[in-house]
Design a protein around this ligand. Structure first.
Ligand code: ADP
Ligand code: MG
Length: 240
C-alpha cells in the first residue's frame, strides 16, 4: 500500500532523511519510533506529500509521489493524517469540522457529509458533543474528533504523528483505544508513537529511526524479543 524507496531529503545543507526504504502492506500497522529529531515526522509527512523530498520515490496505492503528473491534492485526500496537535477548526462546531472537507474536497452534499460525520462521531463515542466547539472538549476528545474527521474522507491509509504525546496521561488510552479498534478493523496504519504498549498490541512491524536513517525495520516480535542495535536498545531503555 505504501512503498518508500530510497528517499533522501535535505533542508538546505542539512540532510534530514538518508536513503529511507520500507513498505507498509495493506492492513499492516507499522509503528515508527526513535529519538527526537531523528526524522520521524518528516518521513511520515513525505508519505502524504506534505513534505517534498529530493531523491527516491514513494508509491501510495500504485500512485507515485515523485511523478510530476500525479495529482497530489487528490492523493492527499485519500491519506488520513492525525497530528500531535489536533488542528481542528476552532470556530466550527464538531459537526462542521467533520463535514467541511467532505463537502469541499469530495463534493459530498451537506446532508451526506453530516450523516457520515455523525456515524463516525458515534464510533469514537462523542455523539453527545456534536454541537460543541473544539475548545469545549478535552484534549483526548479533540483528538478522537480529529481521527473521526480523517476517517470521514474514506482514507486508504492512516498516518499518525505522535497523536497522544500532547495529551494528559489520563486521556492517552481513550485515543489509543480508537487506534487499536481501527487496527483490528484492518486499516493500514503508519504511526509515529512512543506508546510501546500500543506497538506490542497491534503493530505488525516496528521501525526505529536515528539521525534520518531507518536503523531497524523488523517484526514486533523481533523488535521486542531479540537484542536490537545499540542505539535502539539505548532508546528502548529510556522509554520502557
Ligand atoms: P522527529 O519527528 O523525529 O522529532 P523531525 O522530522 O521533526 O524529527 O525533524 C528532523 C530534523 O529536521 C530535526 O533536526 C529538525 O530540527 C529538522 N527540521 C525539521 N523541520 C525543519 C525545517 N522546516 N527546516 C529545517 N530543519 C528542519
Ligand atoms: Mg516529530
Amino acid at each position: 500500500m505504501i512503498s518508500i524507496k530510497n528517499v533522501s531529503k535535505w533542508y538546505g545543507n542539512f540532510q534530514v532523511l538518508t536513503d529511507c526504504t520500507t513498505e507498509v502492506k495493506k492492513g499492516e500497522v507499522v509503528v515508527v519510533c526513535g529519538p527526537s529529531g531523528s526524522g520521524k515526522s518528516t518521513l511520515i509527512k513525505t508519505v502524504n506529500a506534505l513534505e517534498p523530498f529530493q531523491k527516491g520515490d514513494i508509491v501510495v496505492d500504485g500512485i507515485s509521489i515523485a511523478d510530476p503528473k500525479t495529482n497530489l491534492p487528490k492523493l492527499r485526500s485519500r491519506v488520513g493524517m492525525v497530528f500531535q496537535h489536533f488542528e481542528l477548526f476552532p470556530h466550527l462546531t464538531i459537526t462542521d469540522n467533520l463535514a467541511i472537507a467532505q463537502q469541499k474536497v469530495l463534493g459530498r452534499s451537506r446532508d451526506e457529509a453530516r450523516a457520515k460525520g455523525a456515524k463516525l462521531l458515534e464510533r469514537v463515542g462523542l455523539s453527545a458533543h456534536a454541537a460543541k466547539f473544539p475548545g469545549q472538549l478535552s484534549g483526548g476528545q479533540q483528538q478522537r474528533v480529529a481521527i473521526a474527521r480523517a476517517l470521514a474522507m474514506d482514507p486508504i491509509v492512516m498516518l499518525f504523528d505522535e497523536p497522544t504525546s500532547a495529551l494528559d496521561p489520563e486521556m492517552v488510552n481513550e485515543v489509543l483505544d480508537v487506534m487499536v479498534q481501527l487496527a483490528h478493523e484492518g486499516m493500514t496504519m503508519m504511526c509515529v508513537t512512543h506508546e510501546m504498549g500500543f506497538a506490542r498490541k497491534v503493530a505488525n512491524r516496528v521501525i526505529f529511526m536515528d539521525k534520518g536513517k531507518i536503523e531497524e525495520d523488523c517484526s514486533k516480535e523481533d523488535f521486542f524479543g531479540s537484542p536490537r542495535g545499540e542505539r535502539a536498545q539505548l532508546f528502548l531503555s529510556k522509554i520502557l
